[in-house]
Design a protein around this ligand. Structure first.
Ligand SMILES: [Zn+2]
Ligand SMILES: [Zn+2]
Length: 319
């Protein structure tokens, strides 16, 4: 029986050594792929996308590797420590965001000496801006996520004040989670382009309705006319001007229309899966036919792309 255990243990040891060696070799290759931007040739917008979709790595493993690859440019010592086997990948990932040329020796030594939890505390002591708790979102079940984060004192005080206001308006005690929900809802109502676009549509429809309704009073019909003119103006008038001139800034009205038309989401589709990119952040307006080739700021020639897919489109020569 003990012979079987020993054999299994030996096999596990052998395989884990191979596994760690593979991890290091993969890191080295990814550094080269990033340097030569080989993922673009393969049709992927970033190293992260490439490592997940082309290599099939999990989100966590890919994040660990890519974070280290990106930091390696500025701090090559990080990669060397992983290659020498003195620093596991997970700890290298933990210190990577905070590493600079100046502190690299000290932080790598700390990471070698301490377990992960202690390391986070030590990092926070060394750099007061680093929170002592790592930001983390852990899915608990189908409807709930546990969120750990560190708030500065004044932000916490503001959150408590918001909690008081929400509790007052609901005439009952309201917890922090519900307060956050209300605060986020309020913010999105005012700042989220998708919500703005919805309100814009409602206003436009109302204005169109008013314009076709029979005249009731002089004041009402004036207001309707003003509204419908306002809504049409940014769409139609500037296009005529722009088409004649070539490269001119895209007017705010057109930008707004591009956003609404594409639901404020990157329009890139993966050629392999046909799935649309989910990014709703850092979106750029892209000319389908480049301005240099006669492309205009007309709505039909504009689309929305996230920064990574915008770079990919230009790499492929699309504008
Ligand atoms: Zn572009
Ligand atoms: Zn995208």
């Amino acid at each position: 029986m003990s012979h079987v255990f020993c054999t299994l243990h030996d096999q596990a040891l052998k395989l884990s050594r191979q596994y760690l060696a593979c991890e290091k070799a993969l890191l080295e290759i990814l550094v080269q792929i990033e340097a030569k931007k080989i993922y673009l040739q393969q049709g992927y917008a970033s190293l992260t996308e490439y490592s997940q979709k082309a290599l099939g790595l999990s989100r966590d493993v890919s994040w660990n590797l890519v974070t280290i690859v990106h930091k390696t440019k500025a701090v090559p010592e990080l990669k060397h420590a992983v290659q020498m086997g003195v620093l596991p990948l997970s700890k290298a990932r933990q210190i990577a965001p905070h590493l600079t040329k100046e502190n690299s020796q000290k932080f790598i030594a700390l990471a070698q000496a301490m377990p992960r939890e202690k390391l986070q505390e030590a990092l926070a002591k060394e750099c007061p801006k680093i929170p002592s708790v790592e930001e983390r979102a852990r899915v608990i079940n189908a409807t709930q996520t546990e969120l750990s984060l560190c708030l500065p004192k004044d932000v916490m005080e503001k959150l408590r004040r918001a909690q008081d206001r929400v509790s007052e308006s609901q005439k009952k005690w309201v917890g922090l989670a519900e307060t956050l929900e209300q605060v986020i809802e309020f913010y999105l109502q005012h700042k989220d382009p998708k919500e703005k676009a919805k309100r814009h549509e409602v206003r436009k429809n109302k204005a169109a309705l008013k314009a076709i309704q029979p005249r009731r009073t002089v004041r009402e019909s004036d207001a309707a006319a003003r509204n419908s003119e306002f809504n049409l103006m940014p769409i139609n008038k500037p296009i005529a001007k722009i088409q004649a001139k070539g490269r001119v800034p895209i007017p705010a009205g057109i930008k707004h229309e591009v956003t609404i038309k594409n639901a404020h989401q990157c329009t890139y589709r993966d050629s392999r899966t046909q799935l649309r990119c989910m990014k709703e952040r850092f979106l750029h307006i892209h000319h389908k036919l480049p301005v240099a080739m006669g492309g205009t700021n007309a709505l039909e020639n504009l689309t929305l792309l996230c920064s990574a897919h915008h770079r990919l489109e230009h790499y492929r020569g699309g504008g």
